[in-house]
Ligand binder design. Structure first.
Ligand SMILES: [Zn+2]
Length: 130
């Protein structure tokens, strides 16, 4: 299984947004990064707008983009570029969990709890829909 960003409203996504604030707090407040996903992980990063790009010119962008990719690959919540709603990041998606499970059993246990509560939730929802 590989991680594919998916928005409840917009469906599967090829790219997601990362809020600059999560990378460098106030320094990048209001700056947005577009992160592209391929083969289950973040492949590259671009500033969202021309203004963001100009602002980032004053920084070591290579290092920052690397940080943004690492964040996107290890996040439980990312943002849909279309509707700006929160979407499940790789930590909740199955790909990274499969990779993390042997090293950190606690992560697998937490994920199992999430999966169980989700399937229960889905089950209830299906019953209601009928
Ligand atoms: Zn969306």
């Amino acid at each position: 299984m590989i991680y594919v960003p998916k928005c409840d409203t917009c469906g599967e996504l090829t790219h997601v947004l990362v809020d600059g604030y999560t990378i460098r707090d106030r320094v990048f407040e209001g700056v947005w990064f577009m992160v592209y996903f391929g083969n289950g992980k973040a492949t590259h990063v671009t500033p969202l707008t021309k203004e963001d790009a100009e602002y980032l010119d004053d920084f070591n962008t290579k290092k920052i983009y690397k940080e943004v990719m690492e964040f996107a690959n290890n996040s439980d919540i990312l943002i849909c570029p279309t509707c700006r709603e929160d979407i499940d990041g790789p930590i909740i998606g199955t790909a990274t969990i499969v990779k993390l499970a042997p090293a950190t059993d606690i992560t697998a246990m937490i994920q199992k709890g999430i999966d169980n509560s989700r399937s229960f939730h889905d089950h209830i929802k299906k019953m209601k829909d009928k």
